[in-house]
Design a protein around this ligand. Structure first.
Ligand SMILES: Nc1nc2c(c(=O)[nH]1)N[C@H]1C(S)=C(S)[C@@H](COP(=O)(O)OP(=O)(O)OC[C@H]3O[C@@H](n4cnc5c(=O)[nH]c(N)nc54)[C@H](O)[C@@H]3O)O[C@H]1N2
Ligand SMILES: Nc1nc2c(c(=O)[nH]1)N[C@H]1C(S)=C(S)[C@@H](COP(=O)(O)OP(=O)(O)OC[C@H]3O[C@@H](n4cnc5c(=O)[nH]c(N)nc54)[C@H](O)[C@@H]3O)O[C@H]1N2
Ligand SMILES: [Mo]
Length: 702
């Protein structure tokens, strides 16, 4: 790419970044003709993007100019949830919202009765978390704990290693044993795959550890169909064998960790037979996996989010992540484990978000307990009821757990709801005001990554569609109408990017806005020989890798790696498991991005109807045949799907890929009608896959 067009060129190629919640954070080239985007392309020069985009983002232009795209503010005219609106002007919308928010802020319940709600519509630093935070911090709104995705694993990793870092595709290519542990790489992290393929061509073995034979597992040399939520038991069984057979790296453990001896004693309890009973994997296979992991160099674990969406998810991530510390795999280029590389990016989030503006004592509401927050008068955490709900970058009426409770909350007549969106989503249908937001092609942003080390600039390539405004601009205008006159509300989006880059971290030295405009993306100044824990100085309380993390005990958590059975498993709750004997997993559907792209016709066609996958033995017991309409339910709710009878799922497990829109779904219900608002051991994370259900045939009506 030599011809770098300036933003808003009428015709040319503009450099952008994929905004979506994915480890790959692709560098995108947007082809523009006469002011209209005609095509997006992966940057062929970017070492991770390698010239290709995924199934979904290839359709970004189709989504941007979708006939249903919001172009003007909408005011609700029908009952909540029905989705009837009339167009309004920005002045009408913003004047009304500013007045209502000021009334609520100055009313008897005070500003904490305002709840912001945002997540991963864009991972941009600017449109995802800058003016919005300044705005809510300044008015004194409740804080949102953004736990829906990664907080269990993040906290588990933090307690163990401090910052999240690990081999990226560039290093993983050198590995000779690769465990894809709780991750569907080809769907959720596709730009890792070329590196894995090259590793394999050089002799590496790939093993998938997943209750489902996913498209990724099917491509691996081997698939270990583990029982959901039992990964810590597998890791402890492997450690048992490693210590028993003297395959541990004593020098690494001595120099870089605390708690190795305690771990050896703990692992001694986890004989392969015991681990086999818990995980459902053969004992001899666990023995062999332990030997392979300890003796193949480099050995790499890509551990991802599947295993943390269960009650014990934080400790499970922590436990698995310690395998390379036990064997010293971290010493090798391409050895170790990667949960995320986000800890490598030390942008100046303080300048962007102004956490110093948060009033002391402001309460925090956990986003996955939204149903409770909207339906309990004290929001479940104490304090005033939620009276205003401001949503952007998220679709909680589709993605949050326990949707029955969420909908009950959104239906409240005394709740004032504003949704900033590209489309009238499930959530927007309940809004008093829907505000049209710009897409990634229409605004500035800067992106970190959680699967590599490149910082990427997004330049706008087209003018906003219709009257759409960037999130930042909506909050700027609201602030001004509400009488907030801090100069920080006048910063432009490019000012915000410059502020984000103003960091004294050496890995960001010399990475300026001007350079990003010129080059599009820049690798952090991390060492070329990237082995982040070869000779580590982790920023943990002890300055060591914490096998033993004493601070966890203060939260009632075992400070040593351990196995915590899933909350809804037979081990933890036999009575519940007798009523609901199937564990329902609902990982991403290949052509969708969470609940985004669900309304893009070509991708909706590719995904087809909601499916419910069952093992032949489970289907047989229930009289369910391939293609049957089935009902899947528990005490929280139900949804319908088409049965797929397949040995790709373990007995005892049901699968329905997500995240669907309720409004397009059979009976208006989705998997998230069955999922629970319970939280993980660490980080208050979501337990989407710790979800016991039952399934029955539900013959088509008529
Ligand atoms: N196409 C596409 N890509 C995406 C997304 C998307 O929606 N669509 N979402 C993005 C987001 S937000 C995220 S967080 C990432 C998620 O990235 P990944 O974590 O790689 O995502 P999943 O595809 O959910 O893969 C999780 C896998 O874990 C398995 N699993 C479930 N429970 C367990 C368990 O207890 N143990 C083990 N070992 N495996 C288990 C599931 O069967 C599933 O195959 O993907 C991102 N990429
Ligand atoms: N059952 C089940 N549920 C899950 C999961 C699962 O695996 N199973 N995965 C969970 C995970 S990992 C995650 S991360 C969450 C994700 O949940 P969300 O963060 O809600 O992500 P999306 O569903 O992609 O919805 C993002 C919305 O933001 C909008 N948007 C995009 N860009 C912009 C913008 O610039 N401005 C504004 N105002 N809006 C924008 C999009 O149109 C879209 O409707 O879902 C979770 N829910
Ligand atoms: Mo996520």
């Amino acid at each position: 790419m030599n011809s770098i067009a300036l933003p808003l060129a009428q015709t040319g190629v503009v450099r952008g970044a994929c905004p979506h919640d994915c480890p790959d954070t692709c560098a995108m080239l947007v082809h523009v003709q006469d002011g209209r985007a005609v095509r997006v392309q992966g940057d062929p020069e970017h070492p991770v993007t390698q010239g290709f985009l995924c199934t979904k983002v290839n359709r970004y232009v189709e989504r941007t100019y979708h006939a249903d795209r919001l172009t003007v503010p909408l005011r609700r005219v029908g009952p909540k949830g029905e989705g009837r609106f009339e167009p309004a002007t920005w002045d009408e919308a913003l004047d009304d919202i500013a007045r209502r928010l000021n009334d609520i802020r100055n009313g008897p319940h005070g500003p904490q009765s305002i709840l912001p709600y945002s997540y991963s519509g864009t991972l941009g630093q600017v449109q995802g978390g800058s003016m919005d935070r300044r705005f809510f911090h300044r008015i004194g709104a409740s804080l949102l704990d953004r736990t829906i995705c990664a907080s269990a694993g993040s906290e588990g990793w933090k307690a163990t290693y401090g910052d999240r870092m690990g081999p990226t595709p560039t290093e993983a290519e050198h590995a000779r044993l690769i465990l894809l542990w709780g991750t569907n790489t080809l769907t959720s992290n596709p730009h890792l795959w070329p590196a894995l393929r090259r590793a394999r061509e050089a002799g590496a073995r790939l093993i998938a550890i997943d209750p489902i034979r996913t498209r990724t597992a099917a491509q691996c040399d081997e698939h270990l169909p583990i029982r959901p939520g039992t990964d810590a038991a597998l890791a402890l069984g492997m450690m048992h064998v490693i210590f028993r057979d003297g395959l541990q790296d004593d020098a690494y453990l001595r120099d870089h960790t605390v708690g190795a001896e305690e771990l050896r004693i703990r692992a001694a309890e986890w004989t392969p037979a015991r681990a086999a009973e818990t995980t459902g994997l053969p004992a001899e296979r666990i023995e062999r996996l332990a030997h392979e992991f300890a003796t193949t160099r480099p050995a790499f674990i890509r551990l991802n989010y599947g295993l943390q969406r269960h009650r014990g998810g934080g400790t499970a991530v922590r436990t698995v992540s310690l395998l390379p510390a036990v064997t010293g795999a971290w010493r090798d280029l391409g050895g170790g484990a990667t949960l995320s590389t986000s800890g490598a990016f030390k942008l100046n989030s303080g300048a962007l978000q102004r956490p110093d503006w948060i009033a002391p004592g402001t309460r925090t509401i956990n986003m996955i307990r939204l149903g409770e927050a909207l339906t309990k008068p004290d929001a479940g955490v104490g304090g005033p009821p939620v009276q205003a709900f401001i949503v952007y970058n998220s679709n909680p009426a589709a993605v949050a757990p326990d949707l029955g409770a969420v909908r009950a909350g959104l239906l409240r007549d005394d709740l004032f709801t504003v949704v900033m969106e590209h489309f009238v989503t499930d959530t927007a249908r309940y809004a008093d005001w829907v505000l049209p937001a710009t897409s990634q092609l229409e605004h500035w942003d800067v992106h970190t990554a959680y699967g590599h080390l490149y910082l990427t600039l997004n330049q706008p390539s087209i003018a906003p569609v219709g009257q759409c405004l960037p999130n930042t601009e909506i909050f700027r205008r609201l602030a001004s109408r509400m009488g907030l006159d801090d100069p920080e509300f006048a910063d432009s989006d490019t000012d915000l990017i410059r502020q984000a880059l103003k960091s004294d971290h050496p890995w960001l030295a010399g990475i300026t806005f001007e350079r990003l405009v010129q080059e599009g993306w820049v690798r952090l100044n991390a060492p070329e020989d990237f082995r982040p824990y070869a000779d580590p100085r982790p920023n943990t309380p002890t300055g060591k890798i914490q096998i033993l993390a004493p601070e966890l005990a203060a939260h009632g958590i075992d400070p040593l790696p351990t196995y915590i059975p899933p909350a809804e498993s037979a081990e933890a709750d036999p009575e519940r498991a007798a009523r609901y004997p199937l564990m329902l997993l609902s990982p991403p559907e290949h052509p969708f991005m969470n609940s985004t792209f669900v309304n893009v016709p070509s991708l909706a066609r590719a995904a087809g109807d909601t499916k419910l996958l069952l093992h032949p033995s489970e289907a047989g017991e229930r009289g369910v045949a391939e293609g049957d309409r089935v009902r899947c339910w528990n005490d929280r709710g139900h949804f319908f799907g088409r049965a797929v009878v397949t040995e790709d799922v373990r007995p005892g497990v049901a699968v329905s890929y997500g995240v669907r829109w309720a409004m397009h779904s059979d009976g208006g219900r989705t998997v998230n009608d069955t999922t629970s608002q319970a939280v993980t051991d660490l980080g208050g994370g979501a337990v989407f896959y710790d979800n016991a259900v039952e399934v029955e045939p539900a013959p088509d009506r008529g």
